[in-house]
Design a protein around this ligand. Structure first.
Ligand code: SF4
Length: 436
């Protein structure tokens, strides 16, 4: 049991006073994404049988595997819902970012799993149920969820290429631990089947097929999200670019499960002709993640993207892609908070928000809907140990994003489930901008 520290006010309360128009759910979600959480032994015990961590493109944790209790990085829930509690919060999905030093801890309090801040319960934590297809194995022992996990009970998440050809200090994005994490996963699991960087196409469609037969509507897949690292060299003697590498997967998926649900394709920026090829094959959404709007920061933070494509071409293609694939279907990721990464980023929240907001204005005025992912400061990156980004930045960036999205009467960005209209609606757990 956690000891209640006297005289400590939960952040959700302090910030609800500071930002009276912002829902408490948004405050708590952003604070959890920036600071992470840990689980007591009792909370870990309660997690048995739930949908545990199976998404390993990045670590998406603040603590390294060694800094957590043994087994936590694989046995903790992948994501949770927080709801109710003393503030009567509406159900809100959030990704579980593990951080052994976080003030947020899930514990069992009076028989319920509760999310606590410094020992004070702030909301009930509900673990995700385990889909039926989890645990099914291929003849070689590979489990279905190792091929395609289900995120937020809704997203079929396929990492077709689980490494990145942008390599080393001069190319890897400063916030990204994809290559480090693959080495870690291989070392930790000692399991050859998880070590393959390239997903087997037949296995991918077999798992998706099983997912379409999931009996519980709570675990119904509503979208397919395909992603992976950048490709600039031939992969196993095959394609040397993300379009030719991914198209056969798309064709096989559409042939097996039809056109009913969206396919979101996330790759590095591709020539416009390739966006047409993706669209014609059945890709609904194409996201070439810009990560940060400020050109100077893009060139520093994403040096591989600058080297192989360049900022101007990247942005130009985003804008032109909208005419090819449609509004709501070009929604590049922005790493919310990376604007303040030191030593290169803005020193003040005001400047950083101004820069992020100018990006929302420019892109949304042209029909591109950037979507935010709150920066998780991962252990295997160039920015390991960076102090957390101020909560004020994250909340003000969310507000700026939401106001600009409303201003241009844009649709929800497609392929990530419902969003907008206040807390209790969105599924996407990587940013609270969708809960406004
Ligand atoms: S392009 Fe950058 S963010 Fe994407 S996988 Fe490679 S290093 Fe990571």
């Amino acid at each position: 049991m956690i000891t209640v520290a006297s005289g400590v006010e939960p952040t959700v309360e302090t910030y609800a006073r500071k930002y009276p128009g912002v829902p408490r759910e948004v405050i708590l979600k952003e604070d959890l994404l920036r600071l992470g959480m840990s689980l007591t032994d009792a909370a870990m015990e309660a997690a048995r049988g739930c949908r545990t961590q199976a998404y390993y493109l990045f670590s998406y944790n603040i603590s390294g595997h060694h800094d957590m209790k043994e087994g936590m990085s694989t046995a903790a829930p992948e994501d949770i819902i927080f709801r109710d509690g003393p503030y009567g919060l509406k159900r809100t999905w959030v990704r579980v970012v593990l951080n052994a030093a976080s003030p947020y801890v899930i514990d069992v309090v009076d028989g319920k799993t509760m999310l606590c801040e410094r020992g004070i319960p702030v909301a009930e934590a509900v673990y995700p149920s385990r889909p039926q297809y989890y645990g099914t194995t291929f003849p070689d022992g590979l489990r279905y969820e190792q091929v395609v996990p289900l995120l937020y009970n809704s997203y079929a998440f396929i990492t077709t290429f689980r490494a990145c050809h942008y390599w080393g200090d001069k190319e890897e994005c400063k916030f990204c631990d994809i290559n480090y994490n693959l080495r870690e996963v291989r070392r930790l699991t000692g399991d050859h089947v998880t070590a393959d960087a390239i997903k087997d196409k037949q296995k991918v469609v077999d798992v998706l097929d099983a997912m379409t037969r999931e009996p519980d509507p709570e675990n119904r897949m509503i979208t397919v999200i395909m992603t992976g690292g950048s490709i600039v060299r031939k992969l196993k003697g095959g394609p040397d670019n993300a379009t030719d590498f991914n198209l056969p997967y798309v064709e096989a998926i559409r042939e097996r499960i039809g056109r009913r649900i969206p396919i979101v394709m996330i790759t590095e920026s591709q020539p416009l002709e390739n966006i047409r090829r993706f669209r014609d094959a059945g890709v609904t959404v194409h996201n070439a993640n810009l990560e940060v709007f400020e050109k100077r920061l893009f060139q520093i933070i994403a040096p591989g993207k600058e080297k192989y494509v360049g900022y101007d071409v990247w942005v130009d293609r985003l804008i032109k892609s909208v005419d090819i694939i449609g509004e709501g279907r070009v929604s590049p990721n922005m790493v919310s908070g990376i604007e303040m990464a030191q030593p290169w980023g803005f020193q003040s929240v005001d400047e950083a928000v101004r820069s992020a907001a100018s990006g929302f204005e420019f892109l949304m005025s042209k029909g591109v809907i950037p979507h935010l992912d709150t920066w998780c400061i991962e252990p295997g990156t160039a920015l390991v140990g960076h102090p957390p980004i101020p909560l004020d930045f994250l909340l003000r960036a969310d507000l700026a994003w939401y106001q600009t999205w409303r201003k241009y009467k844009l649709p929800p960005f497609e392929g990530y489930g419902p969003m907008g209209g206040g807390p209790g609606i969105a599924v996407y757990g990587n940013t609270a901008s969708v809960d406004l």
